[in-house]
Write a protein that binds this ligand. Structure first.
Ligand code: FES
Length: 109
């Protein structure tokens, strides 16, 4: 089984590619790999907006947009919310997401 790779691009343009585990979510992966720029105050309960990330254009179709309660919670994000905005704790990693690229906002709080 391959480990999907996920690339995080920080607000200053630094890209870091890390191994992820299928079944984890993107927020957990970022924390486990020491990615700065994901705060995740609520620990993945969709009760904060400090795990905000922007899905790269190439991946938007595959990942899909935020809907329902996630979209509502994104209203509390510290940085601009765009159609590619997601709460990274709500993106579950699958093998299909191998190569996923996300941009991180300048700040989460
Ligand atoms: Fe709080 Fe994702 S970690 S909403």
């Amino acid at each position: 089984m391959t480990m999907p790779k996920i690339t995080f691009i920080s607000a200053d343009g630094t890209a870091q590619t890390v191994d992820a585990r299928t079944g984890d979510n993107v927020m957990q992966t970022a924390l486990a790999q020491g990615i700065e720029g994901i705060t995740a105050e609520c620990g993945g309960a969709m009760a904060c907006a400090t795990c905000h990330a922007y899905v790269a254009d190439d991946w938007a179709d595959k990942v899909g947009p935020a809907t329902g309660a996630e979209a509502d919670m994104l209203d509390f994000a510290a940085c601009e919310v765009t159609p590619s905005s997601r709460l990274s704790c709500q993106i579950t990693i699958t093998e299909e997401l191998d190569g996923l690229v996300l941009r991180l906002p300048e700040t989460q709080i």
